[in-house]
Design a protein around this ligand. Structure first.
Ligand code: AMP
Length: 304
């Protein structure tokens, strides 16, 4: 497995893939890898000739009072995990390599970047869109893999590839959860044992919203209320937002449909967590938009 720590090294590592039109699957990450990341890698490996991963804690997507400096970093462990997953190579750039002196361009993702999560984290999605576009240009992947866990990020990436005609197939992958429902996240390691228990409130609240929908509630307010009550019952949690949105536009104006997703952000202690769930369990089970290679050939998809 090659590890490239600069743009120049990366180009050298990928040149032969580009020449031989080998399909490249890219999994962008910020490191501190867990089973969620591993599921993306496995999906990429399944779909492509070569799978590559990037590990970069991108400073431009963190706000001034966010956790950039304390964000978990575990490079040795991450590289061992990726090697065990037969990843072909890993790009681990430095901030200076990605943003050399004179760098002064940012992608403005418009309305989608300014609402819901974007309203609480001004500039976040612009930072994400800019770094992901750079990673696409640097690696020229056939496909790129993102988790539905970060649903608005996934919508943003789909929008920029569409709007800017970036020739990459964007693949959304299902959220991997702990047995008690907590979505895996590198930030879960900030939680104390009591906060870790309390953090299941996000999944419990999302399921309460789903139950409300199943029982016939169809307005954003009704489903949101069902979610809010559950979060308020948890002493260690403070709700930031709960909304029912369209998974592409993130508009919360329309009545709920089976496609709608409930998105939630809450602080548990000092740790801010996000999660989401489709209002309809049936819709979720339709799975990601692009089929696994095994599915195309009629055998079962590989499980985690
Ligand atoms: P991060 O390292 O947090 O920036 O995440 C890198 C990629 O992994 C993003 O596309 C995330 O959406 C995805 N991801 C993070 N957590 C999970 C999870 N629990 N299940 C599936 N994908 C995830």
């Amino acid at each position: 497995m090659w590890v490239s720590q600069s743009v120049a090294e990366l180009q050298g590592s990928l040149r032969s893939c580009w020449k031989s039109s080998t399909s490249i699957g890219l999994v962008p990450t910020m490191g501190a890898l867990h089973e969620g990341h591993r599921s993306l890698v496995r999906r990429a490996r399944n779909d492509n000739d070569v799978t590559i991963c990037s590990i970069f804690v991108n400073p431009t997507q963190f706000g001034p009072n966010e956790d950039f400096t304390r964000y978990p970093r575990a490079l040795e462990r991450d590289l061992a995990l990726l090697e065990a997953e037969s990843v072909a190579g890993v790009f681990v750039p430095t901030p200076v390599d990605m943003y050399p002196s004179g760098f002064d361009t940012r992608i403005d993702v418009g309305e989608l970047g300014r609402i819901i999560e974007g309203a609480r984290r001004p500039g976040h999605f612009s930072g994400v869109a800019t770094v992901v576009t750079k990673l696409f240009n640097l690696t020229r992947p056939s496909r790129a893999y993102f988790g539905q866990k970060d649903a608005q990020q996934l919508a943003v990436i789909r929008q920029i590839t569409r709007d800017l005609n970036i020739p990459v197939e964007v693949i959304g992958c299902p959220t991997v959860r702990e047995p008690d429902g907590l979505a895996l996240s590198s930030r879960n390691m900030y939680l104390s044992p009591s906060e870790r228990l309390a953090a299941t409130v996000l999944f419990r609240a999302l399921n309460a919203g789903r139950d409300a929908y199943r029982q016939g509630e169809r307005t954003n307010a009704q489903v949101r209320d069902a979610v809010t009550v559950v979060v308020q019952s948890e002493r260690l949690a403070v709700l930031d937002y709960a909304e029912v949105v369209d998974p592409d536009s993130f508009s919360s104006d329309d009545p709920c449909t089976d496609r709608s997703i409930i998105v939630i952000a809450a602080r548990v202690g000092t740790t801010r967590l996000i999660d989401n769930l489709t209002v309809s369990a049936e819709y979720e089970h339709q799975g990601p938009r692009t089929l696994h290679r095994q599915q195309r050939t009629g055998t079962l998809p590989s499980q985690l």
